[in-house]
Design a protein around this ligand. Sequence first.
Ligand code: V47
Ligand code: SF4
Length: 399
Amino acid sequence: MTLTARRIDHILQDKTLSAPLQAIAEKILNDERITPEEGQLLFEKGELGYLGALANYQREKRHGNRTYFNRNFHVEPTNVCLYTCTFCSYSRLIKKREEGWEYSLEDILDIVKKYDGEPVTEVHIVGGVLPQYDVKFYTELFKAIKKHRPDLHVKALTPVEYHYIFKKDKVTYEEGMRIMKEAGLDSMPGGGAEIFHPEIRDQIAGGKCSGEQWLRIHEIWHELGMRSNATMLYGHIERFEHRIDHLEKLRQLQDKTGGFQTFIPLKFRNQDNQMSHVPESTVVEDMRNYAISRLYLDNFDHIKAYWPMIGRNVAQMLLSFGVDDIDGTIDDTTKIYSMAGSEEQTPAMSTRDLVNLIRRVGREPIERDTLYNVIQDYTDHVFEEDEQFKGYTALPVVN
Ligand code: V47
Ligand code: SF4
């Protein structure tokens, strides 16, 4: 029996644990699917140590100590948006548009060209919604990026933008996604999902695509043989039942298409937006939420902690709570979280920083491309700078 399985065995022997929580632990040990009711119980009653042991068991069963990252940069074409999502620090700028930015196609290409010769593998493009950014703009953009650098993976836009531009240009979702694929779109990021349930979605993200429309656009994309990610914006006005509803809908679609690669829980940050009065979730609630996501989404290969949002230290801890991916180098190219109050005001990490962040908690850093093909295993890699730096001895991580 492995160490993590032995830990679960201890849970099963724990006489103070309620029978339903014991039954769930047994299911996890036997790789059986948990029900929405059991998921709800985990949110209500699962304490941190119990959830962590179960989620880590599943994490290590799937990936051992392997922990993925990539080398990427973001382009946010604009931080002005027609929509007024109450959690978003971008939405307030529509009233004072001159304070924001609105990049042209050439501006964006100039940003992409700054990375010529750099070993980045992915550009992540997402931003506000404005009328000038339409089907023509984005197809020309994707084609131009691909022409300039064919090997750069274009991970771009969410159903929020696609729904808006397809409606404006009177194309169906099916036609629209085909056009995007032909123009060079490689995959879709997970944004815009927020909370699917209309009771919450109407309050925090009214007017933009519904939960059903978000799911449908991903489904169509998967039917074209393509991959995408999924997110959930948690820790604001939703209740546990809304989180379970969200996870359940993703699990059902994944059963159908298998097209999702990774799930990214996004912690609500409360600075400079219309929900600044709503307190942020505690670190304990964050960790419980990641662990339950790992347990519930049994058909998702990866759970990602997006370090610019959750912070580097918590990202390190989450590697023992179900997470096996911490996204990328970013290079200070996203403002979504710094504007919303994240500790990471200038998010950028060198490959060495990322590798060491992973290694120092006893995990194995693996550089991947967007589709999780392994680019380099950094487990035993020695960076020149580390050879010169003799002052620190890493203490062993006790497993
Ligand atoms: O959809 C906006 C969220 C998302 C706030 O697929 C906020 O690899 C918290 O989806 N507090 C965009 N969250 C970012 C996103 C993403 C990020 C990294 C990797 C991937 C991927 C996807 O950011 C939005 C929204 O849910 N967001 N404002 C805020 N105040
Ligand atoms: Fe616009 Fe997206 Fe912000 Fe909503 S979350 S206001 S759609 S940029």
